[in-house]
Ligand binder design. Sequence first.
Ligand SMILES: [Zn+2]
Length: 259
Amino acid sequence: MHRRSLLKYMSMCSAGAAFSLSYPSLEAAIASQGENEWGYGQEDGPQLWGELSPDFSVCQMGQQQSPIDLRGAIATELAEPEITYREIPLKILNNGHTIQVNTEWGNRLILDGQDFELLQFHFHHPSEHMRESQIYAMELHFVHRNAKGEFAVLGVLLQEGKENETLQSIWDVIPTEAGEEQTIDKVKINIAQLLPAQRTTYRYFGSLTTPPCSELVYWVIFEQPIEISKQQVEQFAQIFPWNARPIQSLNRRFLLKSL
Ligand SMILES: [Zn+2]
């Protein structure tokens, strides 16, 4: 009996250890939200992030910041990202900065031989990246992390057009007020349906686009946008009228584009 409970305790510890290895720095990175208030307004907006907390200084001092204007890319042969996304139950929250969908273990991205795990996806209005100096209605970010604590973010630009059915199943239950994660049992999301058919991508090395703006991100942005209706954009805009960081300088980085 004693031995059995010890074994049970040990297996819980090892599960806990595996979990804590993969998640805390993401929590720290993305959840510094609560402690240091930041936003997109006049008093807490992107131009002030670097001064709001010493933890955010890279927002101001960094030389590899995101987003950028996707232009002047060097066209080159790049291995296509291998994306294996599954159907997931909808776990959604409004974290006060965006609408975020948390994903379960098992949605993978292999990028240049490195294995990344999808943690969550979320939305910006309007788009953060520009393409050839053009801004889009919205942008979707799929946030992945590898064992070294680096991030790979797949970005999808959203342009006004047809209603997007997959997004609509999220929009139908969108939390209008900030709060805890809710699981919507009856809704399943086929994440792969939120990716464009055409797989040409832009690649560059950059940062999180929200505080602490850590320069740990392999950015992969699809050239082809997906469509969202005007009404869907307006519904999101009622909750988040503006949650996009302005364009940052490329500085001494290269922007690549797959052939
Ligand atoms: Zn984002």
